[in-house]
Design a protein around this ligand. Structure first.
Ligand code: ARG
Length: 460
């Protein structure tokens, strides 16, 4: 039987089921690299302040480095009896280098150790997520540029509203994702603060140098209060809340892609590489990727609620409840990274069915607002112009025709101020080009927005 590092005050062995029930090693072993990095920095600091000798530090460094390689090669024997990643590694270290291994835990507790490990892990993952998010944003921007002039119907209530450019629609997604990116970068500041030195809860009696350790580990700041340092997981909640919002955005993008890929819309097609078939219907090409991302949004929301509930009402300082933070957090990160990766790869394969989009954009009197605005320019109050155009639309519905099919005579029955110009006003191009201001859908504005977006991407 493996002897537990805390066995001294116990006389009876742990119940076998309790041992398995309380263990976290099956999932927290994924933190091993951060755990070892943190331990090496801690040992080096202990040598720096004279608590360990230089020789002892070197032995610890060598032992931990070997263990890291063994784990990477999958040659490490993880033991549930040793509960978690920390005690597994520490026990193995002692087996390797003898009694010096037992000095590593001087001035430290698993409580500040795990809080440090999670922060190092998250900091690393945040940077990977940022890279994937940037890749997705770049892909969307490139398609937006290609489709800056492409006209599609813009919707409100999923009813045809006004013509817009497809580039403009894609840039709306980009803005959502840019705010997500800002949230991520903001969250990183609070993740990158060092709990180490808090020990179990109250700090330690050794003359530790926390600034030294923080510098070794690349932390921007040091946790001010030892009780808070070992206890709170608000940074993990923040990251998960960022992830939930980002997944919400991806689910909206997914929903639109699924709609547009349907025979009813037929706005876009996707490469075969990102679709799957049906085992019974030979003709099918299904948009599984966006559907799955839409579906995965739910589990990330669930993880956010799990973590919030995990922390709810917890008394200071560390409680074993916190061991439950890892699985939701890991799954959030995996789900998010996978979703971003597949989207960043898939978006460039979008082929636009420009003709279908154009036909759809014409349906439903989408340039009626342009006609009203035109009457306003002729001196009519907007509410009256609205009423006049409403009547003209009603007439067209009865006559089953488009507004631009009306003769000038007919137009003038609705308002004598209408002249020949009206036919230009009613075109799709006329409509989008007219919305020519910052934030508007005119192709020239879309191009300018793309320019600014590329600069913003480079700056942050
Ligand atoms: N496995 C624990 C966790 O994930 C590590 C800290 C355990 N601390 C303790 N005093 N039992 O939170």
């Amino acid at each position: 039987m493996t002897e537990k590092p805390w066995s001294g005050r116990f006389t009876a062995p742990t119940d076998a089921f309790v041992e398995a029930f309380t263990a976290s090693v099956n999932f927290d072993q994924r933190l091993y690299e951060y755990d070892i990095t943190g331990s090496i920095a801690h040992a080096r600091m202990l040598a720096h302040v004279g608590v360990l000798s230089e020789t002892e530090y070197k032995q610890i460094l060598e032992g931990l480095t070997e263990i890291k390689e063994e784990i990477a090669r999958d040659e490490f024997n993880w033991s549930v009896a040793l509960e978690d990643v920390h005690m597994n590694i520490e026990t193995q270290l002692t087996q390797k280098i003898g009694v010096v291994g037992k000095k590593l835990h001087t001035g430290r507790s698993r409580n500040d150790q795990i809080a440090t490990d999670i922060r190092l892990y998250l900091r690393h993952e945040i940077d990977l997520i940022d890279t994937e998010l940037t890749r997705l944003l770049t892909a969307l921007t490139d398609v937006a540029e290609r489709e800056a002039d492409t006209i599609m119907p813009g919707f409100t209530h999923l009813q045809n509203a006004q013509p817009i450019t497809f580039g403009h629609h894609l840039l709306a997604w980009c803005e959502m994702l840019m705010r997500d990116r800002a949230r991520l970068q903001d969250c990183r500041k609070r993740v990158n603060t060092m709990p180490l030195g808090a020990a179990a809860l109250a700090g330690t009696s050794y003359p530790i140098d926390r600034h030294y350790t923080a510098q070794l580990l690349g932390f921007d700041s040091i946790a001010e209060n030892s009780l808070d340092a070992v206890s709170d997981r608000d940074f993990a909640i923040e990251l998960t809340s960022f992830a939930a919002i980002l997944m919400m955005h991806l689910s909206r993008v997914s929903e639109e892609l699924v709609l547009w890929l349907s025979a009813q819309f037929h706005f876009i097609t996707l490469s075969d590489a990102f679709c799957t078939g049906s085992s019974i219907m030979p003709q099918k090409k299904n948009p599984d990727v966006p559907e799955l991302v839409r579906g995965k949004t739910g589990r990330v929301y669930g993880h956010l609620i799990s973590l919030l509930t995990l922390m709810k009402s917890q008394p200071l300082a560390y409680n074993k409840d916190n061991q439950e933070d890892k699985e939701p957090l890991f799954d959030t990160i995996d789900t998010l990274k996978g979703s971003l990766r597949v989207f960043a790869d898939m978006i460039p394969t979008i082929q636009v069915q420009r003709e279908s989009m154009r036909i759809a954009a014409k349906a439903g009197f989408t340039t009626a607002t342009d006609l009203a605005d035109y009457l306003v320019r002729k001196g009519i109050a907007f509410r009256e112009a609205h009423e006049i155009v409403g009547k003209a639309v009603h007439h067209c519905i009865e006559a089953n025709c488009d507004l631009d099919a009306l003769s000038l005579d007919t137009f003038q029955r609705f308002s004598p101020l209408i002249d020949d110009e009206v036919y230009e006003i009613l075109t799709l191009e006329g409509s989008v080009n007219a919305r020519n201001h910052l934030g508007g859908t005119a192709p020239s504005q879309v191009r300018a927005a793309i320019q600014r977006l590329r600069e913003r991407l480079l700056m942050s």
